[in-house]
Design a protein around this ligand. Structure first.
Ligand code: ACO
Length: 159
């Protein structure tokens, strides 16, 4: 798995002792606990975790899952970028930012902001002409602070 390269202004803006890196296979418990602040995660058995992890690791030009770790090395924030390959815009690329979550006791330390800046940087480096995301009304202000602007309405069809 390749390491990610982020601007030093971004990594040095993290709280002292914190780091940012790709998701690792050994992160299962911490990572899923952080994601549970966002939505239902479910009880994921190890073989299912391993299969999904390996698929994502094999397709890292499409999937990036980042983790911020605290001074104890524990995952305390996460976010994902999926790079979509289109035909429109001359075979353009669009970044989809998904599953942003910061552990409850670590919120308010600008970890969410740093996560979005990191994913935005990776999307731009990958050649995406834009990144988009869906969020609730209550998170609109957060994404505006991250530089995003309102651009439509989310629709969903659940199966
Ligand atoms: N509404 C308005 N402003 C906000 C909000 C909000 N809900 N949350 C944070 N902010 C502001 C902060 O006050 C801060 O402003 P400042 O720069 O003026 O000080 C700025 O946004 C950056 O805030 P952070 O400290 O980086 O926010 P945090 O690390 O707490 O992360 C997050 C924000 C990701 C929304 C976190 O609260 C969280 O994990 N919530 C639960 C899960 C969730 O809702 N995730 C987003 C789902 S949408 C998606 O995944 C695409």
């Amino acid at each position: 798995m390749s390491t990610i390269s982020l601007p030093s202004e971004l990594t040095s803006a993290l709280p002292s002792g914190y780091g940012i890196r790709r998701l690792q296979k050994t992160d299962k418990a911490d990572f899923l606990a952080v994601l549970s602040v966002l939505t239902t995660v479910g009880d994921i058995p190890d073989p299912a975790w391993n299969d999904r992890f390996e698929y994502i690791a094999k397709n890292e030009d499409t999937y990036t899952i980042l983790c911020i770790t605290d001074e104890a090395g524990q995952v305390c924030a996460t976010g994902s970028l999926i790079v979509e390959r289109k035909f429109i815009r001359n075979c353009g690329l669009v970044g989809h930012i998904e599953d942003i979550a910061v552990a409850k006791d670590k919120q308010g330390k600008r970890l969410g902001l740093r996560m979005i800046q990191a994913l935005d940087h990776i999307a731009e480096q990958a050649g995406c002409y834009k990144s988009i995301l869906d969020c609730s009304e209550s998170n609109k202000g957060f994404y505006e602070k991250c530089g995003f602007k309102f651009a439509g309405v989310e629709m969903a069809h659940y199966y």
